[in-house]
Design a protein around this ligand. Structure first.
Ligand code: IPE
Ligand code: IPE
Ligand code: MG
Length: 261
């Protein structure tokens, strides 16, 4: 964890009336924050714009969420950018998103360098257009040595496909004799998920009001605190982030045990 208090205070200046940096306990921050970035299309439609404009505006929110996470000292930020089901969308929108991922990453790489952020991807990248895959690989290569925050972007990600893949990997190891049947436990699955090595999310934020997971991190979210805001993703800013953290800190996490007093 890295946190620069002066930068942090400057970043959270000009607070709105209902929330400020003082409302969160910096010693009890979620270690891993995860985002379901939803509502780009509705944001655009509400303004009479094409859905694609919502996706473009959503990039600014994601950049701000990365910066907010770094400033606060969150260890891992993950974000759902494209699901295995999103291929059902009109070809034009899919193409735009794939191109947007590539161009945005190229533009934003300096931020990762500047803030010591390591990039990861969750999902099957093989199915992505070559332009996007190549840029993603460049991002991975250029940031692999960074040990500040980890930013994990879920692209062509689906939880069921991820778990099925982990099961396949387990089966292959058992068949090869490198894993015994008795050792097939929760850790054996976790270590074969795209999120291998990352802590499970402490806080999941979903924008645009939908109360569902949409095939996101079904395994990893077992004991995650969920926060849903009606705000559309392009309007999600550092203050919304703080409101989510404040809500998180008001929860009593029990993991099936009893309340700590
Ligand atoms: C989230 O916004 C972005 C992606 C799923 C790629 P949507 O595009 O789902 O926006 P809505 O839900 O239709 O408003
Ligand atoms: C979930 O949003 C996927 C991403 C945010 C990438 P969707 O907009 O695809 O989810 P549904 O269709 O409303 O469940
Ligand atoms: Mg949506």
């Amino acid at each position: 964890m890295q946190r620069d208090i002066e930068k942090l205070k400057a970043y959270f200046q000009d607070a709105p009336a209902d929330i400020s940096l003082a409302d969160v306990d910096l010693e009890r921050l979620p270690r891993h924050v995860s985002l379901i970035m939803d509502g780009n299309g509705r944001w655009a439609q509400a303004r009479g714009l094409d859905r694609s404009r919502g996706h473009v505006a959503g990039v600014d929110s994601l950049r701000e969420a990365v910066t907010t996470s770094v400033r606060l000292g969150v260890d891992v930020l993950s974000a759902y950018a494209f699901s295995t089901e999103n291929w059902k969308r009109p070809q034009r929108e899919v193409n735009l998103l794939m191109h947007l991922f590539a161009t945005t990453l190229v533009k934003e790489l300096p931020l990762f360098h500047q803030e010591n952020v390591r990039l990861r991807f969750l999902g099957d990248l093989e199915a992505l257009p070559k332009e996007t895959r190549d840029v993603f690989q460049r991002g991975l290569d250029e940031t692999e040595r960074y040990d500040g925050m980890t930013f994990a972007l879920a692209v062509n990600y689906g939880s069921r496909a991820e778990i099925a893949r982990a099961a396949r990997l387990v089966a292959a190891d058992v068949a090869a004799g490198t894993l015994s049947l008795d050792d097939v436990d929760a850790d054996a699955i976790s270590s074969r998920l795209y999120t291998a090595g990352l802590p499970d999310p402490d806080l999941l934020i979903r924008t645009s009001g939908e109360l569902r997971l949409s095939n996101y991190l079904l395994w990893q979210l077992a004991y995650t605190e969920m926060y849903v805001t009606d705000t559309y993703w392009p309007d999600f800013d550092r203050w919304e982030y703080l409101r989510a953290v404040r809500a998180f800190q008001g929860r009593g996490r029990r993991y099936g045990g009893v309340v700590n007093s």
